[in-house]
Design a protein around this ligand. Structure first.
Ligand code: PLP
Length: 382
């Protein structure tokens, strides 16, 4: 029997191991120089001014809504086709989550659906939008930004799937995901199924010095030695806000640094894999579309098939562990119960009935991919 083929897998090599081991005997296991080095390198990688490392992206999303000032009862729009954390962060702050529908071809939050939802309510009804670069495909944030400006909304870009992705703006300029050009804050995850594996971990990015300072303060208990009202001596600090301990360790940061250095090659390999899937499926099986000029970092490779459960079960008998991304968030019991509105999200629900994510990770071999393609194709052909 061949080895199991999962839908995603981390890629840890000797240099990653060496970096972690070296940090274990260094002076700092946490709050040391590796964290800052990782932040600086990450910010430089995607062209953002500031980066703040956190213990996971869920914490990062929580800090993002707090830094943007979300208060109890305030409303935020996100996509139903995402991991629950994109929505949950709003609930942590006591806010309401509203869902707009997805585009049936890109699977991303639909600009038209978002616009319609916003315009169906009085001015000031919503505070922000959290679009998600789903599967690694960048949201057109330039378009979302003009909508957001018109209605005085902030934007958090959930770029957990998309380190290294970019889109071309209306001037033809390349905009890296999470570069802060159009969104107020970007967020990335370093969970092992994502591109950069730290075990757990996340990174916030922003171009705003004010947001950077707020995020940094909230990440570490709201404690600071800056801008203090009093100063009793070298030991003195102030807790200026109610913050959290959402810090990333130096051990994880050391791993993040070596992982980040491989991301470009990893994304290129993922795109080679995507190209091969597309070549095999074109005209037969629907897959996520790629708008002109965009790079999809391909956290996932999603196809749509009529008998999704049949294919999922069949692939498991072949030791291929495809996965479903995602069960629409608005259909989760928790969100159904607190539903603020009866959500009519036809495209999201139709997508969910057919979607399945095929194996996609840099170390997937050509032979393994051929096997996956052969099994999918033979199932589709009956
Ligand atoms: C993985 C993921 C998260 C949460 O990341 P963690 O680091 O596991 O907290 C949030 N949003 C999206 C879209 C994700 O895929």
């Amino acid at each position: 029997m061949r080895n199991a083929i999962p839908y995603g897998r981390q890629n840890i090599e000797q240099d990653d191991i060496d970096a972690v081991v070296k940090t274990l005997t260094a002076d700092f296991l946490t709050q040391g120089p590796k964290v800052k080095e990782f932040e600086d390198k990450f910010a430089a990688y995607n062209g953002a001014k500031y980066a703040v490392a956190v213990n996971n992206a869920t914490s990062g999303l929580h800090l993002a809504v707090l830094a943007l000032g979300l208060k109890e009862g305030e409303r935020v729009i996100t996509t139903p086709i995402t991991f629950v954390a994109s929505a949950n962060c709003v609930r942590y702050a006591g806010g309401e989550v509203w869902f707009a529908d997805i585009d049936p071809d890109t699977y991303l939050l639909s600009l038209e659906s978002t616009k319609k939802l916003i315009e169906s309510k009085p001015k000031g009804f919503f505070k922000g939008i959290i679009p998600v670069d789903f599967a690694g495909l960048p949201v057109d944030l330039e378009a979302f930004k003009s909508l957001a400006q018109e209605h005085d909304l902030w934007i958090i870009e959930d770029a957990c799937h998309a380190p290294g992705s970019y889109f071309k703006d209306s001037k033809g300029e390349t905009q890296m995901c999470g570069n802060g050009a159009y969104a107020d804050i970007g967020i990335f995850s370093f969970h092992p199924v994502k591109h950069i594996a730290c075990g757990e971990g996340g990174m916030l990015t922003t171009n705003s010095e004010e947001l950077f300072k707020k995020l940094s303060l909230l990440r570490t208990h709201g404690i600071t030695k800056e801008n203090m009202a009093e100063d009793h001596g070298g030991w003195f600090y102030e807790m200026q806000e109610l913050g959290y301990n959402y810090r990333l360790t130096d051990i994880q940061s050391a791993l993040g640094i070596t992982q980040l250095a491989k991301n470009k090659v990893g994304v290129a390999r993922r795109n080679v894999i995507a190209k091969k899937y597309k070549k095999a499926f074109i005209g037969k099986i629907k897959f996520q579309s790629l708008p002109e000029g965009n790079l999809n970092a391909h956290h996932l490779f999603v196809i749509e098939v009529e008998d999704r459960k049949g294919l999922y079960d069949f692939l498991r008998t072949q030791n291929i562990f495809a996965q479903i991304h995602y069960i629409p968030v608005h259909t989760m019991p928790y969100y159904k119960e607190i539903g603020y509105d009866t959500a009519h999200l036809t495209c999201a629900e139709n997508y969910y009935s057919k979607c399945i994510s095929l194996p996609m990770y840099p170390s997937l071999t050509d032979e393994e991919q051929d096997f996956v393609i052969e099994k999918v194709t033979s199932f589709i052909n009956g």
